[in-house]
Design a protein around this ligand. Structure first.
Ligand code: PLP
Length: 434
């Protein structure tokens, strides 16, 4: 066992969205100005925020062979992927669509890891033709299908098995993935057998082991448990004559939305080093939320203030279709006025959107001093925000901008209603109708 590695003191956290006087900023730009210029709802990302968070992982793993592979599903805007690709990021993808985005954004196929429990033949072909780094395979049926597809193309597919280590990440049940009861991965107890099977297939190369136990994990113990089990498996496989050269430790490190105290990337990396530091393997880490979550906000404007009996509502122009985390799994994000008022008009509100569902709220019991027409910012909205948005109620999806110092780039134009039904058609007219 390698000796435990000392954890470097965490640098002061970089704040991409600070108040300066009464105004909330994104880097060097007032958020209220962005709301006026681009309209609301509007997602705003900070380039410096993304870069600082990505580098925190890369720096923390320096000195050991590693690759930070951003989990694209957390935020797949081309500009976000572009910013990270320029830093040298790899990418963890879960669909053929995400592969296309990574390539369109200038990412390198050779540093793409294809995860996910239901890859289609077409997706496998696309990954093989692009020349991705690894397929993280989650079942025997998938292994057999991949061998067949690769064989048909005359290629050899690099494979990591995603094992399910059966640890409880102590997070929301919808985002726990490493329990025996979850649909993800191959039970770790069966892994050696499946590696032996894969090793006999000529169109596969069994190079890696992967695991990913869940998301928004705020303590180190679940990682320690899972990675300890994976390290033991790597040793057993070596004994079986299967030399693993890559270990994919997944993503899942949590962020602060409210008062959580998640481990820093440096503390997390120390756990990774302790598990694998002495072994001749390249480590892949796949953070999503921890890279982009606090590098993005959603701007909305207060449309109406209303009181229904004791309840007071601030109805804003962003809704669950724009940001579903509160409705889907009780996600909590800070809500702040873009321009602070004096406080004399403070009241406690449910902040809700226009969608016709009682579950459509962005925050409950929020003390705010706002008036109709004021822009507000929903913080910590950079991960699982825009990517989970929908057109429910025929609401066009929000625009997205990237702030870079004092510069502002519109990185996704606002949808128009006509975009929403552009692929639809009416029935043909009955024969003989005018
Ligand atoms: C979702 C996912 C991630 C990223 O999870 P975060 O909690 O956003 O860090 C990484 N790897 C895999 C396989 C995933 O499914």
């Amino acid at each position: 066992m390698p000796a435990p590695v000392a954890v470097p003191a965490a640098p002061p956290a970089f704040e991409p969205f600070p108040y300066c006087g009464a105004s909330l900023f994104a880097e060097g730009v007032r958020l209220s100005e962005l709301a006026d210029r681009f309209g609301t709802p509007l997602y705003v990302y900070s380039r410096a925020g993304l870069e600082a968070a990505w580098r925190a992982f890369d720096d923390a793993l320096s000195g050991m062979p590693h690759q930070v592979c951003f989990a694209v599903k957390a935020n797949s805007n081309l500009a976000v992927l572009d910013v990270l690709a320029r830093l040298g990021s790899g990418f963890d993808i879960v669909s053929g669509g995400e592969l296309e985005r990574v390539l369109a954004a200038g990412g390198e196929a050779a540093s793409v890891i294809f995860s996910g429990v239901g890859k289609s033949r077409e997706e496998m072909e696309a990954g093989l033709e692009a020349g991705i780094r690894s397929f993280n395979v989650e079942s025997v049926s998938e292994l057999e299908r991949l061998a067949e597809v690769a064989g048909g193309l005359g290629r050899v597919a690099p494979v990591a098995l995603r094992v399910n280590p059966d640890v409880d990440p102590k997070t929301h049940p919808h985002i726990a993935t490493g329990l025996k009861s979850s649909k993800f991965g191959i039970p770790i107890a069966q892994a050696r057998e499946v590696y032996a099977m894969g090793a006999r297939m000529r169109s596969l190369r069994m190079t890696g082991v992967g695991c990913h136990i869940g998301s928004q994990i705020t303590t180190l113990d679940p990682f320690r448990d899972a990675l300890g089990r994976v390290a033991a498996l790597v040793d057993e496989l070596a004994g079986d004559g299967i030399g693993i050269t890559e270990v994919d430790v997944g993503g899942g490190l949590g962020i602060r939305y409210r008062d959580e105290t998640p481990p820093s990337p440096a503390e997390y990396a120390a756990v990774v080093r302790n598990a694998f530091g002495g072994r001749p393997v390249t480590v892949h880490v796949e953070p999503g939320r921890a890279v982009c979550g606090n590098a993005g906000v959603l701007l909305a404007r207060v449309e109406y203030l209303k009181g229904n009996g004791d309840a007071r509502f601030a109805i804003v122009d962003a809704a669950m279709n724009d940001f579903i985390r509160p409705a889907l799994y009780g996600g909590w994000s800070r809500i702040l006025p873009c321009e602070r008022r004096g406080g004399a008009g403070s009241a406690v509100y449910t902040v809700a959107g226009p969608v016709c569902e009682s579950g459509d709220f962005l925050g409950r019991d929020r003390e705010l001093d706002v008036e109709e027409g004021d822009p507000v910012a929903i913080l910590s909205a950079g991960a699982y925000g825009f990517v989970m948005s929908s057109n429910y109620n025929s609401r066009p999806r929000a625009a997205e901008v990237m702030v870079d110092g004092e510069r502002v780039h519109l990185v996704r134009r606002r949808e128009q209603a006509a975009h929403l039904y552009a692929l639809e058609s009416r029935l043909p007219l009955p024969h003989g109708d005018a």
